[in-house]
Design a protein around this ligand. Structure first.
Ligand code: PMP
Length: 354
């Protein structure tokens, strides 16, 4: 007997990357940052531990103020959520459930399809071009809401804000959501366009470049009307969605610009070195503006590569569907781990007779 409402019987939930405990893997499968969070973040969290008896400020005003200041917007243009996944959920539930169709690329963050299914959104997945880039013409026909990850996942490819602006301009009665989870690793943010376009929502996260994946903090920036609408959803579901310890950590991370910049530089330097190293081994690697690379080798299938790497103690991500099946997605870890991975590729290719 299932007590689940029948409307959910066909639900296809998101499959998170594996979090293994059976052995010490070099874990490069969920785009986590290999460096620890700023010491300031950890210190601020410590100071909150004696206060958990009390609910936190449901607006997370101190963090909202820090984010607003950093991005040169007003505080009422910011909503803070439990990871950016939560604000994406609020957006899908609140803005995408009407008549108007929702468009997103057929290769992108897997959660868009999941939320669309869960919320009953009328959506269409638009095929990317053969080189995995977006055909702007697909998104400028009007009368459709749009969500785009920029840079995209799992491809790692970025679009310029001028291209996003073309989409925004094409139909100012439809909503355009730009998910900038990876923007700090080489993309350009569209936040400055919020001032000009009421139909833009930019989503960012503390999970990647600010090392707080396990603290769950994300946010959106938009016109104040959109933010107050999103807050209506938040206050109808879970007003205390971002706990005080996580908020304190995020404030600490915002205050430590030096740590932020230093760790981003290290990730980018490692990404470039690793990309060159494996291209020399015959891998095709897309040009990444993120903290991961999307790569394939002509001589070995993605699934086999994933399995062999796992046997050798490396966890990467393989998506066993359609166009993605030849590829693996590799998060950028510390330089020494990435060089060990490059060496493991040599062994695997040799064993495969390549
Ligand atoms: N957007 C994209 C494109 C992502 O890859 C992810 C993380 N996997 C998220 C949003 C959500 O991240 P979080 O909820 O940790 O902020």
């Amino acid at each position: 007997m299932s007590y689940l409402n029948r409307i959910y019987s066909g639900l296809k939930p998101y499959t998170p990357g594996e979090q293994m405990s059976d052995q010490n893997y070099i874990k490069l499968n969920t785009n986590e940052n290999p460096y620890e969070a700023s010491e300031k973040a950890r210190k601020y969290a410590q100071a909150e531990l004696s206060k958990t008896r009390l609910y936190q400020d449901p607006e997370n005003s101190r963090l909202a103020e820090a984010i607003a200041k950093y991005h040169h917007v007003n505080q009422n243009q910011v909503i803070i959520t439990n990871g950016s996944d939560e604000v994406l959920y609020f957006i899908f539930a609140g803005f995408f459930t009407g008549e108007k169709p929702l468009l997103f690329p057929n290769i992108t963050y897997g959660f868009y399809r999941v939320y669309a299914g869960f919320c009953g959104v009328n959506y269409r997945e638009v095929p990317l071009k053969a080189d995995f880039t977006i055909d702007l013409d697909d998104y400028t026909k009007g009368n459709a809401n749009i969500i785009i990850a920029n840079p995209n996942a799992p491809t790692g490819l970025k679009m310029e804000p001028s291209d996003i602006e073309r989409i925004l301009k094409a139909d100012q009665n439809s909503l355009v959501v730009v998910d900038e989870a990876y923007v700090d690793f080489g993309g350009t943010s569209c936040i400055r366009l919020v001032e000009k376009y009421d139909n833009l929502i930019v989503v960012q996260t503390f999970s990647k470049a600010r090392q707080l994946a396990g603290a769950r903090v994300g946010f959106a920036i938009s016109h104040e009307k959109n933010i107050s609408d999103l807050k209506k959803i938040k206050y109808s579901i879970n007003p205390y969605n971002v706990n005080r310890i996580s908020e304190a950590m995020a404030i600490g991370a915002m205050e430590d610009q030096e740590h932020f910049e230093k760790t981003i530089s290290k990730v980018i330097e490692t990404r470039e070195a690793f990309t060159s190293a494996i291209r020399e081994k015959g891998f095709l690697v897309l040009d990444s503006s993120t903290n991961f690379v999307f790569a394939k080798h002509p001589g070995i299938k993605g699934k086999a590569l994933y399995t062999k790497l796992r046997e050798k103690g490396f966890l990467v991500r393989h998506f066993d569907t359609g166009l993605l099946t030849d590829f693996i997605r590799i998060s950028i870890g510390k330089m020494e781990d990435m060089m060990l991975l490059a060496d493991a590729f040599d062994n695997i290719l040799r064993e495969a007779g390549q």
